[in-house]
Design a protein around this ligand. Structure first.
Ligand code: ADP
Length: 342
């Protein structure tokens, strides 16, 4: 691959990362766009049905909900769902993340101050260090933590009680969770990519909150080009709205949606530049595979985690890439897609 191509891919990846940060900042300014109850959370029907039962049972028994692990690609609504569970249980919600809990003492600091029943949300839970994880085991099981105080011969273990709580962990990579940790989650739910109907409902709700009028056709156009991901759907809605504003339109229609999405580099199959580049490289340099994820990451000059967390799951979901024991391979659909783009 020539260096200008690899540069393009890198820039594209950075811009997506930047947009995710922008999104989170916007989210903080516009909290109402994040649904606060199951009824305002379209999609993930099976997950919602199960959680509604577990939440109902926990309320009836007046006992904390069992610990929950939510897994699935970024932007599918894991944090939102954790928030909704806390709302439905009427309990306080505390959010942190695996990388933010550096030492066992940090975890002790969070857990020792909570009210009974609190929902503690740990995003990216697969990134907890083993030392922190070990302290978490007894916290989850016995609502107590053992902390070592002092060093060397004078070191001693001190047991501290914590109020009964529910841990909700979120991860994009269930396979990176250790067995002892995973085994301590009584409730394990996987979030799937959204179909166009669910995304349309999300888009109509967001458009209403943000004060835009959206035609049915435009919502369909955005929904089918959002990689099955609400975070992206909401982001694209804002970009499309920018175009509509500049054109002086009162309502976002299909034409302006198509124009804005095409300008964002998203084609009618819903793939962006990086997706296309991945498929092209697999075809041109690896004759369709099999190719290992590490080799692919190096060729794309792409971070392996981003490739595995963000791009690959959607390409697998769309049936363009298959995972085999020998590596990733292009499917016939991908070959047909690449032919149609040439
Ligand atoms: P994750 O934690 O899985 O990365 P988030 O919960 O942060 O995803 O959701 C990303 C964005 O998408 C948020 O703006 C959230 O409001 C929105 N969102 C996610 N799922 C839904 C849903 N089912 N309905 C409405 N909005 C959703």
């Amino acid at each position: 691959m020539d260096s200008s191509n690899s540069k393009n891919v890198k820039i594209e990846r950075l811009s997506i990362a930047q947009e995710l940060i922008e999104d989170q900042q916007l989210q903080e300014k516009q909290p109402s766009i994040r649904p606060g109850s199951f009824k305002d959370y379209p999609g993930q029907e099976d997950v919602k049905k199960n959680l509604e039962v577990y939440v109902g049972a926990s309320r009836k028994r007046e006992r904390p909900l069992d610990h929950v692990i939510l897994h699935g690609a970024p932007g599918l609504g894991k944090t939102t769902l954790a928030n909704i569970i806390a709302n439905e249980l009427c309990v306080p919600f505390i959010a942190t993340s695996g990388p933010a809990i550096d030492k066992p003492g940090d975890l002790a600091g969070i857990l020792t101050g909570i009210e009974p029943g609190t929902l503690v949300f740990i995003d990216e839970i697969h990134r907890l260090s083993i030392k922190v994880e070990e302290v978490l085991y007894s916290a989850m099981e016995d609502f107590a933590i053992d902390i070592i105080i002092g060093q060397g011969a004078s070191a001693r273990s001190v047991r501290m009680d914590v109020a009964p709580f529910t841990l909700v962990g979120a991860t994009t990579r269930l396979s990176l969770l250790s067995r002892p940790l995973l085994g301590r989650f009584g409730i394990q739910e996987r979030l799937e990519f959204y179909d166009a109907n669910a995304l349309k409902q999300i888009l109509f709700r967001s458009a209403k909150i943000l004060g835009f009028q959206l035609s049915d056709e435009a919502s369909h156009e955005i929904a089918t080009r959002s990689r099955g991901t609400p975070r992206l759907a909401n982001r694209l809605l804002r970009r499309v709205a920018d175009f509509a504003d500049m054109e002086g339109l009162v309502e976002i229609d299909r034409k302006v949606a198509d124009l804005a999405l095409t300008r964002q580099g998203i084609d009618s199959a819903g793939l962006d530049r990086v997706d296309r580049r991945i498929l092209q490289i697999m075809q041109e340099q690896y004759e369709g595979g099999p190719v290992g994820i590490d080799t692919l990451a190096v060729t794309l000059n792409e971070d392996r985690d981003t490739l595995e967390d963000v791009y690959e799951p959607y390409l697998v979901y769309r049936g363009y890439i298959a995972r085999t024991p020998r590596g990733r391979v292009l499917t016939n659909s991908a070959i047909a897609y690449l032919r149609s783009t040439n």
